[in-house]
Structures are given as structure tokens and as C-alpha cells.
Design a protein around this ligand. Structure first.
Ligand SMILES: *Cc1c(COP(=O)(O)O)cnc(C)c1O
Length: 399
């Protein structure tokens, strides 16, 4: 053998002894139920798996607020699910209007271009959402088959409140609408049927509080008809929605399904149904508002105006003289808490998705942030931050 065996530590010796508290922009902490499901492998075909699959579809319909038949899982990151949706709905000659507010909405435009669409991009000012007025102007000036946008732009922390109006505009124009709800599904309202959305995509590791690697797509009947009437074969075999439906709809073999991840997403969705969407939305609003108050009380400022501030990811301006990379490293080293930096913006981000927005995680995170800021040279008022958090969460300590 010319390549000799390397010596490697077991993974549990590579991991920190005490797991970090994941308060970044994903992946997010998982519940015990999700973790336990994720440790199981069963046959990906057969009666047991079929029950799980039917459960995932039913539970997903609740999370997506749709009665659409075609809801399916994708083995891959949320980007693979977005790519699957776009690759099936778009082909050379199709015209796509992409409303761009940051990294993830821009990625949708890149993907559409990748499968040959003629893509028009409308870019919002930094920290501002795409508006119905922008969409109306673009749709009046050109002909489009598909409109893409994100509900929550995780990269900068901006939310779009005008999706119902943008969806109405797309529909009256005769275009389909694709909404990326990766960081928002189950954290804030996105009633797919009521708002008339054609494709909604989400990942596992953000709003759903499942593991990374299994994502979900819901297709309206209109979107599914478009997939079925494509004039040319799908370029991607694994991402072919019609082939995928053999597994998700007919319990036949497509590719070997990522069994543990599907079991995990079943549990994450079941916990969402048990909590109810209403209670879950309220928990996200309450916790993220409390976090915002705490951060401001410590003397920092928030990057996005309250009106457009995403409740699932909070963007905080980096205070002078603190270096963002040093601050993040300090929080990990001294407190075992991980937050996120940003893609080219002078901010740090704290996630408020799923299990992240629990009172006990907020207290630990705000304390770690305040102490780390002080150790990195910014005079954070930790007592005021903790008091603001406590005040805003009062009566919520058991959440
Ligand atoms: C994280 C994220 C993605 C990409 O998810 P991956 O699982 O990393 O592919 C896409 N869109 C939004 C809004 C996200 O937050």
C-alpha cells in the first residue's frame, strides 16, 4: 500500500467536551426527540418508512399551511431544495424576476441563471426588503414566468411583509412565485394557500429546528402542472421532482432516502404541530423582541429598522473598537456560546430560530455577549441588558 493509514482521533475527542450553544444563523440546537430520531436507520422502503413519509407530508402541510398534494423532502441543504424547485420550473428561454435583498435571494437568481433562465434582478438598498411597488414596476415593464424572493434574508436580518401583495401581482401577471422560507418557516406566518404562493422551500436546520441535510418543498397545483408540462427533460436526475414523487408519492425507489434525517424532520414537524404555529410564532416574537431590547440596553445598535426587522435572526452593528472575529472567538472560548458574523456587512448576528428562542438560551447568550464585549474593549452595560431581557420575558421563564 502506498498510502499508509493516518492516525485519527475519534470524533468525540475532536468535539468540545461541553457542546457549544448554537446561537448563530444555523444550524440551530435540536430537541432530544429530533436527536434520537436522527440516530436510527431503517429500510428507506417498506411499510414503516411509508408511515413516516405520510406523516412528514401531513405535518408539512400544517407547517406550510397548504392543502397541496405535492409536498416532498430533498436529500440536501436548503440550497439543493431551492435548486430543485428552480431547475424543475425553469429552462432556457424562461424569464425570471429575482427580487434581491442579500446573499440568499441573490443565490436564487444565480440558480435560475444556471439552468438557463433569462433573469432580471431588482436589488433593494442594503437592509431594505423588496417591495410590492418594485415588483409591480418590473412586472409592468416585462413579461415573466417566475418571481423569486426570500421571506427572511438571513444574511442581513430583513423580513419581507409584502409577500401577499407580491404574490397577488405575480398571479395577475401570470407568473409563478417561489418563496425561500428557510429561516422563517414555522417562526412567522406564511400561509401558502391563503397568500397564493406556488413554491415554498425550507431547510431542516433553521426555523424547523431539525438537522441539516433534509429540506422540504411544497408545490401549488399550478406549479406542479408546470413541472409536468416541461417541454424538455430535466437536466438533473436527482433533483427531478417527478422522479422524486415516485418516492414521496408512490413509495417507490428513486434514490436511497436519507432515512435518519427524514425521521428527524418528522419529529421536528411533530413538535411544531404539538406546540401549534400560533404559539410558536408568539414565542419567536416575544423572544426576539426581548433580545433586541437587551442588546440595545447594553449600548449597541441594531442594523435593521424595527419595521423590517426579522424575528428569526437579529443583526447587531459591530461596536467600536471590537473586532467581530475576536468577539465571536471570545464568546466560544470563555462562554461556550456561538454567534454568527456576516457576509461582508459590519454586523454580528444572533439566531432566534426554533430552539434558539428559549428564555434560558437568551439569558446565557446575552450574558456571554455582554461579558465578551467588555473583555474586547467595549463598555457594555451588562446589568441593564440582563434587566431588559428579564423584564421583557417576565412570566415567560419556563418557556
Ligand atoms: C441558510 C439559508 C439558505 C441556505 O441554506 P443551506 O442549507 O445552507 O443551503 C437559503 N436561504 C435562506 C433564507 C437561508 O437562511
Amino acid at each position: 500500500m502506498s498510502v499508509s493509514p493516518p492516525s485519527a482521533l475519534p470524533v468525540h475527542r475532536i468535539l468540545p467536551e461541553e457542546p457549544l450553544l448554537l446561537m448563530g444563523a444555523g444550524p440551530t440546537p435540536i430537541s432530544h426527540e429530533v436527536g434520537r430520531a436522527n440516530a436510527v436507520v431503517i429500510n428507506h422502503l417498506g411499510p414503516t418508512m411509508n408511515r413516516v413519509i405520510e406523516g412528514v407530508k401531513d405535518l408539512s402541510r400544517y407547517a406550510f399551511q397548504t392543502s397541496a398534494e405535492h409536498v416532498l423532502g430533498v436529500a440536501g441543504p436548503a440550497s439543493a431544495a431551492n435548486e430543485m424547485a428552480l431547475a424543475n420550473l425553469v429552462w432556457p428561454g424562461r424569464r425570471v424576476l429575482s427580487l434581491v435583498t442579500g446573499t440568499f435571494s441573490a443565490r436564487l437568481a444565480e440558480m435560475a441563471r444556471g439552468v438557463g433562465a433569462d433573469v432580471t434582478v431588482i436589488t433593494s438598498d442594503v437592509g431594505q426588503p423588496a417591495t410590492a411597488a418594485q415588483a409591480a414596476a418590473a412586472l409592468a415593464a416585462g413579461q415573466y414566468d417566475l418571481v423569486t424572493l426570500v421571506q427572511g434574508e438571513t444574511s442581513c436580518g430583513v423580513v419581507n411583509h409584502e409577500i401577499p401583495e407580491i404574490a397577488r401581482l405575480a398571479k395577475s401577471h401570470g407568473a409563478l412565485i417561489h418563496v425561500d422560507a428557510v429561516c422563517t418557516l414555522s417562526t412567522m406566518p406564511l400561509p401558502m394557500d391563503e397568500w397564493g404562493i406556488d413554491v415554498v422551500v425550507t431547510g431542516g436546520q433553521k426555523g424547523l429546528a431539525s438537522i441539516p441535510g433534509v429540506s422540504l418543498i411544497a408545490w401549488s397545483d399550478r406549479a406542479w402542472e408546470t413541472v409536468q408540462s416541461r417541454p424538455r427533460p430535466m437536466p438533473h436526475w436527482c433533483l427531478d421532482a417527478t422522479r422524486a414523487w415516485r418516492f414521496w408519492g408512490e413509495h417507490q425507489y428513486h434514490y436511497t432516502a436519507p432515512v435518519p434525517g427524514i425521521l428527524a424532520v418528522h419529529e421536528a414537524l411533530r413538535l411544531i404541530a404539538e406546540e401549534t404555529l400560533e404559539a410558536r410564532f408568539a414565542r419567536h416574537v416575544r423572544c426576539s423582541a426581548a433580545l433586541s431590547l437587551a442588546v440595545e440596553a447594553m449600548g449597541m445598535s441594531l442594523f435593521i429598522d424595527p419595521e423590517h426587522r426579522l424575528s428569526s435572526v437579529l443583526s447587531i452593528c459591530r461596536p467600536d473598537p471590537v473586532d467581530a472575529t475576536a468577539l465571536k472567538a471570545r464568546m466560544v472560548r470563555d462562554f461556550g456560546v456561538e454567534i454568527a458574523g456576516a457576509f461582508g456587512l459590519d454586523i454580528v448576528r444572533i439566531g432566534q430560530m426554533g430552539e434558539q428562542c428559549r428564555a434560558e438560551h437568551l439569558f446565557r447568550c446575552v450574558h456571554a455577549l455582554g461579558e465578551s464585549l467588555r473583555r474586547e474593549g467595549f463598555d457594555a452595560d451588562i446589568a441593564a441588558g440582563m434587566a431588559a431581557l428579564s423584564g421583557a420575558l417576565r412570566g415567560d421563564a419556563a418557556q
